[in-house]
Design a binder for this molecule. Structure first.
Ligand code: PRP
Ligand code: URA
Length: 208
């Protein structure tokens, strides 16, 4: 598995603002969407292209366009939903699948409660999004589920990751590409990322 850590100063700046306890729900939503768009720009740099003929007002020429079936964005519910619009701003025609996973507060193990993916999933570039990669349990389960349904070309984008989550995902799915906004220090006793930003789902949906 390849892991790319974001180095762009705009991404770093926005992640810092996202972490602040005083960042409001509205600001948080806007920031996470912007970060997803900036990370998406980097993560999608290897999308395949093919040439088509276009007629400009000057002459006819062959120029590149995206090749193949439309990519699919797959947010892990709930928090992943906050990243979808940022990616749709880059790829308005992308399909959107959904995977519902909730972490048990005691065991920290994920439980799948929903999965809906577009057809021909095996032919599409899949971009799984979830702001937080903590123990990695949810990420591993989401990729397991997508692969079980035929998904092959998988990228995973997380805004903040713990080293434990990166290792778990690398070990379980060495074939995927992982994009991380910022690698944090560790997990605490409740499997929350430190310094992190708290509960991403609660901060996006105002359910604190
Ligand atoms: C959070 C987060 C990830 C998961 C990460 O979701 O959005 O999906 O925890 O933790 P892990 O790497 O240890 O699995 P949560 O289960 O709290 O659900 P929510 O998005 O509905 O709040
Ligand atoms: N889920 C979150 O939303 N935040 C964490 O720090 C860990 C899991």
């Amino acid at each position: 598995m390849s892991v790319s850590y974001m180095t762009h100063p705009l991404i770093k700046h926005k992640i810092t603002l996202l972490r602040k306890e005083t960042t409001t729900t509205g600001e948080f939503r806007k920031l996470i969407e912007e970060i997803a768009m900036l990370m998406g720009y980097e993560a999608l740099a290897d999308l395949p292209t093919t040439e088509i003929e276009v007629k400009t007002p000057i002459e006819t020429t062959r120029q590149p366009v995206l090749e193949g079936k439309k990519p699919v964005i797959v947010p892990i519910l709930r928090a992943g939903l906050g990243m979808v619009n940022g990616l749709l701003a880059l790829m308005p025609l992308a399909r959107v699948g959904h995977i519902g996973l909730a972490r048990d507060p005691e065991t920290h193990l994920p439980r799948e409660y929903y999965c809906n993916l577009p057809n021909l999933i095996d032919e599409r570039q899949i971009v799984v999004v979830d702001p937080m990669l903590a123990t990695g349990g949810s990420a591993v389960a989401a990729v397991d589920s997508i692969k079980k349904r035929g998904g092959k070309k998988i990228k995973f984008m997380s805004v903040i990751a713990a080293p434990e989550g990166v290792s778990a995902l690398m070990q379980a799915h060495p074939d995927i590409q992982l994009y991380v906004g910022c690698l944090d220090r560790c997990l605490n006793e409740n499997a929350y990322i430190c310094p992190g930003l708290g509960d991403a789902g609660d901060r996006i949906f105002g359910t604190l």
